[in-house]
Write a protein that binds this ligand. Structure first.
Ligand SMILES: Cc1cc2nc3c(=O)[nH]c(=O)nc-3n(C[C@H](O)[C@H](O)[C@H](O)COP(=O)(O)OP(=O)(O)OC[C@H]3O[C@@H](n4cnc5c(N)ncnc54)[C@H](O)[C@@H]3O)c2cc1C
Length: 340
């Protein structure tokens, strides 16, 4: 490791042209050990191009790059990585058709032989990175489990994926999208309390996904989620309207509204009736044993209705974790236990 204060990276008089277009002209940057720099500029100013040149993604037309005093010319990212330069690209640099592990190793693939990637090592390295940075979800393990479950799911039944806390939303949606390519009978849960959910919905509607909309069960920070219940309820209604819009119905979206909130259910029913949405497209789901009278009323009125039953050897830890995440759930449960 370089001594703090020593020059580590020196880029001098760098120029990069794409035919007639001058992307960078006479750019110099010097970074000493221990420093953190921010490269600020307008869109098109050449910031990413300069970093791509440093990272070996693009050859420079002019100028010099010195790394710890040595002049370097990387022929690709692999050489830059080997020399200790890493780059975290913007999300649109990720290859959507690649798995999480494939995206992580891109440019630094562990090789079995000259031409064959060592997939087992790649996946275990990706999993190890996940653990190290608190992402306790091994994407490969999850996907394999999901595939096994899907193989055992009859085509007329839907396999639903729950949504956990916000750090898991991207990975969960990626697992869902990947599995959906081969199995149409898979659904995913989206949480109305997250600001991002409308965008997620927009990306899932065109594929005609099965979506179970819930308010959300975890305590999320106010930077990413509505902290006030009234706003969550309003967003739920808004998202339910998107899920039942003519566009979504044309795309054959399956809209499942998983809530016990009777006032909200009444608003949804009022809105769908005013829009002429057929009752069989408005599906409600609740937890087993909660609001039973409402469940029966909805089913008798002609709305497809379902209950979620926790089962299997892990039902108890799952249930306790849900209760522990949000103390309000304990109160709800106690109230229903005594009223039923
Ligand atoms: C089928 C289903 C799947 C779900 N999947 C997920 C998921 O994947 N991820 C996730 O974050 N959340 C999930 N949830 C939980 C959801 O996010 C809410 O936390 C939960 O449903 C409570 O919100 P609510 O819409 O019922 O409205 P609230 O306003 O919270 O509740 C309305 C009323 O319903 C009653 N009530 C609500 N919940 C309970 C309860 N547990 N026990 C007793 N009474 C209750 C109370 O009377 C309350 O006043 C799921 C819920 C259901 C029904």
């Amino acid at each position: 490791m370089a001594e703090v204060g020593a020059d580590v990276v020196e880029m001098t008089h760098i120029a990069k042209r794409f035919d007639e277009l001058v992307a960078i002209h006479d750019a110099s940057l010097s970074i000493r050990a221990g420093e953190i720099h921010a490269l600020v500029g307008e869109n098109g100013a050449g910031k990413t191009t300069l970093m791509n040149v440093l990272y070996g993604l693009l050859p420079r037309d002019e100028g010099d790059i010195r790394l710890r005093g040595q002049s370097v010319s990387f022929r690709g990212p692999a050489e830059a990585i080997a020399a200790g330069i890493g780059m975290v690209p913007q999300h649109f640099k990720l290859a959507p058709s690649f798995t999480v592990a494939e995206n992580i190793i891109l440019g630094a693939e562990p090789m079995k032989s000259l031409r064959r990637i060592d997939r087992i090592r790649a996946e275990s390295e990706a999993a190890e990175l996940g653990h190290r940075f608190g992402l306790d979800l091994d994407p490969k393990f999850c996907y394999d489990n999901l595939s096994t479950l899907l193989e055992h799911t009859p085509p007329e039944k839907t396999l639903w994926i729950d949504m956990e806390q916000s750090p898991y939303v991207d990975v969960t949606l990626e697992l869902f999208r990947r599995a959906r390519k081969s199995h149409a009978n898979i659904g995913v849960c989206l949480q109305a309390y997250l600001f991002r959910t409308e965008k997620d919905l927009d990306s899932l509607i065109p594929m005609g996904a099965a979506i179970r909309l819930v308010k959300g069960a975890y305590n999320e920070p106010a930077e990413i989620a509505y902290p006030v219940k009234k706003d969550v309820d309003e967003n739920f209604l808004h998202l339910a309207q998107r899920l039942l819009s003519p566009e979504a119905r044309r795309a054959r979206v399956r809209a499942v509204l998983a809530t016990h909130d009777r006032a909200l259910i009444a608003k949804i029913i009022e809105w769908t009736a005013s829009q002429g949405v057929p009752k069989d497209k408005v599906e409600f789901q609740m937890l087993y044993g909660i609001q039973r009278a409402e469940q029966i009323r909805l089913a008798q009125a002609g709305y497809p209705s379902g209950v979620l039953v926790a089962y299997g050897t892990f039902w108890y830890p799952w249930f306790m974790r849900r209760l522990a995440e949000r103390p309000a759930n304990v109160l709800f449960l106690a109230r229903h236990f005594f009223s039923n």
